[in-house]
Every structure is written in C-alpha cells, then in structure tokens.
Write a protein that binds this ligand. Structure first.
Ligand code: GLC
Length: 429
C-alpha cells in the first residue's frame, strides 16, 4: 500500500527537514515528558516524531501512553493537573478540552513564531482562551462512514445517502450473508459505550435529523425535541437486529476490530481507521470504501459529522516550559502534520496541506472529504465551558438508556433537558 511504503521515506525526509528547522538548541540537555494517545497508530507517530526532535536538539523525550477512551484520558489529566504535578510537560488534548483544562496550560504564542496562523481559523479560535493560545493543533477529525464495497456490489446496492437507505441495505446484506453461512456478519457497528465517543455518534444522528446540538452556541438547551427523539429511535432500532449487543461496550478500537476482521457491512469511525483497514494482512484490504455519514430524512435532513481532533498543550507546572514548547512547535509543524497524515491517515489541521501532491496521492479521499471536515458539527464545548464534561456525561447516559431500552428516547431526552437546566442554572452557563 502506498500509505506504508510512503511512510519510511517520508520519515527519513522529515529527519533532514527537521535538522534544518529545529528551533533552538538548549545549552543543557534535558528530558521532556509527553502524554500521547494510543488509538490506532497515534503512539507510534508520536514516538517517531518526538525521537526526531530529541535527536535534533540533543534532549530526551519520555513518551507516556494514555488510555484509549477520551473520557478516561480526561480523568487522568484532571488528576495530574489538579495536583499541579510537574511529571508531564506536554499533554495531547482533545478539541473539546480547552475550556475545561485551559487554565492549566501556558500561552504558546511567544514560542510559535506565528506558526499557528497556518491552521484552520476555527480550530485556532477553539484553542484560544482568554487571549492565550493554550494548544497547537495536531490534526482534525470528523466522523465518517466506512462500507464494504464488495458486499454492496454483490447485492447491487448503492452507497447509502440517508440513514433510512443504510438501514435497509444493512438488513438486506446481513440477511443474505447469514443465509449464505456468514453467521457472524452484522449490519452496522459504531461507538455505543457510555463515554465521549457515544456523544459524538449521537450528536451526528441528531444533527443529521435537524435536531440541533444538545446546547446551542448561545447556551440555550435544545435537546428535548421530536427530531432528536426520532434520531435516537432509529439507532435504538438497530440494536434489535442490526448491531451486535457488544456495541454497548465498543469504543473506536473495538468497532474497528469487528469491521476490519470482516464482520460488519457498515462502520462509523474516524479517519485513522482507513490506513489500518488497508494495511498488509487486513482481511478487508481493497474491499472498503469511505464517505460522508448519511443524512437524516427530508426536509431538514443533512449530512453531519462530529468535529473532533487533537492538540498539544504545555503544562503550567512543567519545569521545562520553553523546551516543552519547542517540542510542541516541532510536533505540530507542517512537516510533522504531513507525517501524521502519511502514516496514520490523520487529516491535517493546516489547510495548505490539502494541496500537497504527495499527501493527496497517498490519501485520495482527503480532497473529497474535506467539506465534511470544514462543515463538521462542533460539540457544545464552547457554550458550556468548564461544565462540558458534565453535559456530555448526562447526554451519553441519556442516549445509552435509549439504546439499552431502559427508557424511550422521548422520556430520556425530556429528563436530560431538565437535568441540563439544573446544571446550567436555567441556561446561564
Ligand atoms: C476522537 C476525536 C475526539 C473525540 C473522541 C471520542 O478521538 O478526535 O475529538 O472526543 O474521538 O471518542
């Protein structure tokens, strides 16, 4: 696969570029600790890039692996930061965290030499709190639909443009394949464990039905509405026969495991799953297509992808702030963003890279799917600020109650609305 072949050469090239671009050479060598995620190839890319920085600057880097679940990662970070721990200098943070964690990070603007201006303005705005640039973007994310090209072809079905079409096609293929002896094939897999990933999936269903974003950008709580309930009813319907009960415990990697081993027709996941599904030894290599998530029903239905993405931030409690900032600038540079894209399929947060011929050759769908990224739906983390995680926790639990059949969508959204009203003291976040 061009992806993996490209990556060895690309890293070699990066080492040379990095050698020229390394910002400052410290008088005294030191060790910087960086907390990175380990979903898909994240940790591997993080290690390769930080090793390159260490070689170029004569310092050492200690890469600390963190839990796959963004919710567990947040809990770990909150513990460390609340204790003012100097153990981690650089934190890889989720796009929804600047409001929750921003006060623990330094302003990076004095170190970047304006490099942040290369990034998408909306991400920059998201990462700026009280005039401080609290994080530099690494890559941007959006929910995508993965499908089995070979199975759609075998059954003469088109790539579904609506959720309704997806449901019908998934059922037809699942039934047909099971009759032909594929007992373990499922129609659709997604992230339905009670955590932040379920918030993303459910927000996509609801926004695609025209049911809003739980809390509107002006702070108004909007979740108790009929379209949102219809969207959740649709997903609860899949639980009856199209999705394995196991999805209730799936985060991204479990979902990918089922799809990549050939046991699902459709999968909702982030871009990182693409190169892995096409890697040597993947049972679905050459059989996968990727496109925008389906739209909800007319007249208000639209395609909606949740906006995700990760950034690097430097802790206020770090004993090596300038050095840590230098590492962050290196790891988020244009050259590094190319490596995240070439090896891991991560969408750059730098618009100019979508014109880069080598990147487009390795990831032909970057260009086609870019509009899904630029129009992706943000979770209400800006409107709800430091309370976002409580809002999201209440939301994913309400959705989970619907998927498990504990409550109807209508009832669980009505009690969620009341709960969010109390949490916000009547919408004043
Ligand atoms: C991805 C997204 C992140 C989101 C998480 C949920 O990592 O980039 O923004 O919060 O998935 O599981």
């Amino acid at each position: 696969m061009a992806w993996n072949a490209a990556c060895g050469t690309a890293f070699a090239a990066l080492l040379t570029i990095a050698g020229v671009a390394a910002t400052s050479r410290p008088a005294q060598a030191d060790t910087v600790s960086i907390a990175c995620g380990a979903v898909g190839q994240e940790l591997d890319v993080c290690r390769k890039l930080s090793d390159a920085w260490a070689r170029n600057t004569g310092n050492s880097v200690n890469v600390v692996s963190t839990p796959n679940s963004t919710t567990e990662r947040l809990a770990l970070y909150q513990q460390l930061l609340a204790a003012g721990s100097p153990d981690i200098d650089v934190f890889e943070i989720d796009v929804i965290w600047p409001g929750i964690l921003g006060s623990h990070f330094i302003d990076l603007a004095p170190y970047t030499k304006g490099a942040e201006k290369d990034a998408f303005p909306a991400i920059l705005e998201n990462n700026t709190r009280d005039g401080k640039l609290v994080a530099m973007p690494i890559y941007t994310d959006a929910g995508l639909l993965y499908y089995r090209k070979d199975l759609l072809e075998r059954y003469g079905e088109a790539v579904p443009a609506t959720w309704e079409a997806l449901t019908t096609t998934a059922r037809k293929i699942q039934d047909g394949e099971r009759r032909a002896g594929q007992a373990g094939l499922w129609g659709i897999v997604f992230q339905a464990k009670a955590y932040e990933g379920l918030t993303c999936d459910a927000l996509e269903w609801i926004a695609s039905y025209g049911g809003g974003t739980v809390v509107a950008p002006d702070g108004k709580i909007t979740i108790d509405n009929p379209r949102a309930a219809q969207a959740l009813d649709m997903a609860a319907g899949w639980m009856k026969d199209l999705a394995p009960q196991g999805v209730l415990n799936y985060s991204e990697e479990e979902t990918r495991g089922v799809f990549q081993s050939g046991h699902a027709v459709f999968m909702r996941n982030w871009p990182y799953a693409w190169p892995l599904s096409q890697s040597e030894g993947s049972p679905v290599k050459g059989k996968v297509g990727v496109t925008v998530l389906p739209a909800g029903p007319a007249p208000d239905g639209r395609h909606a992808a949740a906006l995700g993405g990760w950034q690097f931030a430097v802790s206020r409690y770090s004993k090596h702030q300038a050095l840590a900032a230098d590492l962050v600038v290196f790891m988020t540079s244009k050259a590094s963003a190319r490596q995240w894209a070439l090896q891991g399929g991560y969408f750059p947060a730098i618009p100019a890279l979508y014109q880069d011929p080598e990147l487009l050759a390795a990831n032909p769908f970057f260009k086609d799917l870019l509009p899904a990224f630029t129009s992706a739906v943000a979770r209400p983390s800006t409107a709800t600020g430091g309370k976002y995680n409580q809002v999201s926790d209440a939301f994913w639990n309400a959705v989970s109650d619907t998927l498990t059949g504990k409550a109807t969508a209508k009832d669980s959204l009505a009690s969620l609305q009341a709960r969010l009203n109390r949490l916000s003291r009547g919408g004043r976040w």
